[in-house]
Every structure is written in C-alpha cells, then in structure tokens.
Design a protein around this ligand. Structure first.
Ligand code: C5P
Length: 217
C-alpha cells in the first residue's frame, strides 16, 4: 500500500498487558510485551491514519506519529478506549487480564507470622472488545486478537462470533511469540481463514495495515 491510503481515518489500537493491583507494591500481569501492537500502530500511522494507541505498561517507546494513552488496569483501558471513540477501525491487540483482585489493599499485605498466605479473590474484568462489538459506536472494522496455545483457528472462529468482531487475528503463543520478534498468524474473517507464514512482527504489522487499508476502500 502507498503512504497516505489511510489519511483521514482514526484507528484505535490497544496493546501490551494490563497490571491488576493486589496492593500498592504487587500486581497480577501476563507475558505480553506490547511489540506486536506497537508495530501495528506504527504501520497504520505510516499509511496516514491518525492512531490512538491505548497501552498497558510495556517500557516501549511510543512509535513516531502515534498518540499514546498510557493505562495500567483493564478498567482504565476500557475507559481510555471509550474516551477515544469514535474510530473507523479498532485493532485490539492488548492482552487484557481476564481477572482482577476484588479487594485492592490500601497498604502492603504483610505476612501474618503464622504462615497462612492471604486468599486472593478474583473478579472478571470487562471485555473491552466484546463491549465495542455491541456498542452503538462500533467501529466499521473491528479486529480482535486471540492468543491461543491449542486449537488456534477453532477458538478464533468461536471468538469472532462471541465478541462481535469482524476479524480475529489468531496467533499460537505456545512457542516463543510472547516477548519474541516473530509471529505466525491466521486471520479469521466472515469468509474464512487466511494463514500467513511465520514473519517478523514488523512484517505482520505492515501486511495487516495494508490489509486493513484494502478493506476500507
Ligand atoms: O477472550 P480472549 O481474551 O482470548 O480475547 C482476546 C481478544 O479480546 C483480544 O483482542 C483482546 O484485546 C480482547 N480482550 C479485551 N478485553 C478483555 C479481554 C480480551 O478487549 N477483557
């Protein structure tokens, strides 16, 4: 695709993990590096889109030309996504924590001396992608990601339906994908499955950005 094909489009990208606090010094997280989402945000901006990147904690620099909004928790990410609407396209790459701790202690939890560990009770986080899928501000093209370790395409087909997404980009994270520099993806659409060869994450991003631009014409 040529530069400028996405000029005038607002594209929302979520990336990175979320951190769910247990107390002021501890949190629950996951192994997402943010690399794939950041690369997608950068590739979309290079094609001329106005990109809002809602990012969990990653330590990565903001890609050039991208408006980054930093968040920590799933609930903050949901609020930032909401605040960024409307968008023509949303690409939800973040590995949002499914659960948060229902009581976030004000003070550091101390060992009680008797050897009894604290019980953490978890509650489900809002599903940001599913929320957008059902929203009256649903982007025209809504893309979710699916990190799976087995039955990758089957799970993605079900996820596309369940979350009201147009595409699910499925990746097998049983190997070295999380934190690594390459990715093997399958794009599940209404019409079927497109499987791409293993590629550097930057190439996955460029091809996906071009595929998005094609879809919008
Ligand atoms: O159900 P699962 O977590 O595998 O779905 C992954 C997709 O849903 C990703 O696009 C992810 O960004 C999105 N998601 C979300 N909010 C959640 C959980 C997942 O937006 N709470």
């Amino acid at each position: 695709s040529e530069a400028g094909v996405l000029t005038g489009k607002h594209i929302l990208v979520t990336a990175g993990p979320t951190h769910e606090p247990i107390d002021p010094v501890r949190y629950i997280a996951n192994r997402s590096s943010g690399k794939q989402g950041y690369a997608i945000a950068e590739a979309l901006a290079k094609l001329g889109a106005r990109v809002t990147l809602v990012s969990g904690p990653t330590g990565l620099p903001a890609p050039a030309g991208v408006n980054r909004v930093d968040v920590e928790t799933a609930r903050q990410m949901a609020a930032a996504v909401d605040a960024a609407l409307p968008a023509d396209v949303a690409v939800m790459v973040a590995a949002v924590a499914d659960w948060r701790v229902d009581t976030n202690a004000d003070q550091k939890i101390k060992k009680d001396g008797a050897g009894a560990p604290p019980a953490l009770s978890l509650v489900e986080n809002p599903d940001i992608l599913a929320g957008l899928g059902a929203s009256d501000q649903r982007p025209r093209l809504l893309i979710g990601f699916a990190a799976e370790t087995e039955k990758v395409v089957d799970h993605a087909v079900a996820k596309r339906e369940r979350k009201g997404a147009d595409w699910i980009v499925a990746n097998d994270v049983s190997g070295d994908v999380m934190g690594g520099d390459a990715n093997t993806i399958h794009i599940v659409t209404r019409d079927g499955v497109e499987s791409w060869e293993r590629l550097p994450k930057a190439d996955v991003a460029r091809r996906l950005a071009a595929r998005i631009a094609d879809e919008l014409v």
